[in-house]
Design a protein around this ligand. Sequence first.
Ligand SMILES: [Zn+2]
Length: 264
Amino acid sequence: MRAAPCENGRVNPLLIEAPAAALLAAAGITAYGAVYPRSQIFGPAIWCTNSPRKLALTFDDGPNPAITPKLLDLLDRYKAKATFFLIGSFVRECPDLVKETTARGHAIGNHTELHPNLLWRNPTHVRVELRLCHNAIRDAIGAPPKWFRPPYGMRNPWVVPAARELGYRTVMWTLLPGDWREKPAEWLIPRLQPIAERAQRSAMSGSNPAAGWGDVLCLHDGSHRGLNGDRTRTLAALEHWLPRWRDLGLEFVTIDEAVRTPAS
Ligand SMILES: [Zn+2]
């Protein structure tokens, strides 16, 4: 399988027997590797799509009975396919909503059982978090998911390898507009502007649509604090942008489609 252009296999360069200055540098690398969404230091992670024409919409922290059904209807209206990174304990509470999500053509990903910050968790705890969510999704839809997103995007040297043991590829993002914040839609809408700007630049440059990369947008249809979190601002921002993105020629794809290379 060919890797996406924005994913590579560079792995953990943590220094061994390093002098003091290098240790300080290693601390910086560790912070970068843990937090920066495009970092590949702690294992390969997908952070973009393989074409500037493809936009991957991703939604974390669901399923959410208060929002997800409305979001599914909204996505259907624009024939948009998306990827949902689900919390295992919520999947157990509303398995039918997860079934409905896959029945409508969306992809499902693992977002751990209870949404801890994995940065400080030992390998056993990381594996348990992944495995419980894995089982919850498999029980709900009859098949295990292929994609994993760490809560808060936090990785340490064993998070991505533990996900790989279960057959996952790790997915980060190009844009994280902060839709979990208690701000009005008028605040959120301009924070999604970079996607339209990139699409316009790409269209104006007349570049080959098969060259370059496209955005992976990280939004939230749920709240990790509990079921039925209010994400109406996220819906409002999408109501604003989906027709505009469509008119700019963007195609709304799942992560599967985002990294799939066209048959030649
Ligand atoms: Zn999350």
